[in-house]
Design a protein around this ligand. Structure first.
Ligand code: NAP
Length: 228
């Protein structure tokens, strides 16, 4: 597993929202410093207070999207697809060689249970087109439910991590593991289309089977009980 030893702070843009606050809470509970990027200082402060309370330590702070991106080593983007471009445009000049983990799923309400990938191929490819060509972009966390992350429960779900940058992909895997999930290297950024599409399938499966937390688990890996 790649180490996060060079990462002293993680920015979560949209970190006062459902997915971002769950990830931020788990990373903070694992001992990481996190900064919640938000448009709304009060909302961000409420998220920070809840995280610090859960950790019984001051591990979270709040900032604007730009300030959060500037002060962190890794930038995680957890905003709705409709706001992804706007948020990435805001921080584009601050990215440099920081790893950017995009969690966006291109859901288009009201038909969120139907796969509707954008013309670019995926939300990850949309991000690719916005950021500078050399940006160290990772796509991950599309298939894990925010409500599970917000709990302390063990989560039976793999995180598919895609990137064209091997080191950045390994950082994505380490971030998944720091959040208590199994991260799996799943190839180039182009493969993120599959992870993004799976989210709509999971939404349908949740509806059909009256479940809340359908997730994915890759079988047949060394160390798995059923590996032959
Ligand atoms: N929820 C899940 O279980 C889950 C799981 C996997 C992936 N995802 C993906 O992760 C992303 C975030 O999902 P979420 O459920 O966390 O979303 P959310 O709670 O609805 O929104 C996350 C944050 O996005 C920010 N935001 C920035 N611009 C916005 C705008 N124009 N309108 C609304 N919000 C805006 C808001 O933060 P501020 O107001 O603080 O700026 C908001 O708290 C989405 O792309 C989603 O598909 C979600």
């Amino acid at each position: 597993m790649a180490s996060l030893s060079n990462v002293s702070k993680i920015a979560i843009l949209g970190g006062a929202g459902a997915l971002g606050s769950g990830l931020a809470r788990r990373w903070a509970k694992a001992g990481r410093q996190v900064v919640i990027g938000s448009r709304d200082p009060e909302r961000a402060q409420a998220a920070v207070a809840a995280i610090n309370d859960a950790c019984a330590a001051q591990r979270a702070s709040a900032a604007t999207y730009r300030d959060a991106a500037a002060e962190a080593d890794v930038i995680v983007v957890t905003v709705p697809f409709a706001s992804q471009k706007d948020v990435l445009d805001q921080i584009r000049d601050l990215v440099g060689d920081k790893v950017v983990v995009d969690c966006t799923v291109p859901l288009r309400p009201p038909r969120v249970g139907t796969v509707q990938l954008p013309p670019e191929g995926s939300a990850a490819q949309v991000a690719r087109a916005i950021l500078d060509p050399g940006a160290r972009l990772v796509s991950a966390f599309q298939n894990v439910g925010a409500a599970l992350l917000a709990s302390d429960a063990a989560i039976d779900c793999d995180v598919l991590v895609c990137s064209d940058d091997n080191e950045a992909r390994a950082v994505g895997v380490a971030l998944a593991e720091a959040a208590g999930l199994r991260g799996l290297e799943a190839g180039p950024l182009a493969n993120a289309a599959a992870a993004e599409a799976l989210t709509s399938l999971l939404i349908q499966i949740n509806r059909r089977y009256k479940a809340d937390h359908a997730g994915i688990r890759v079988t047949g890996l060394p160390g798995d009980p059923r590996h032959g």
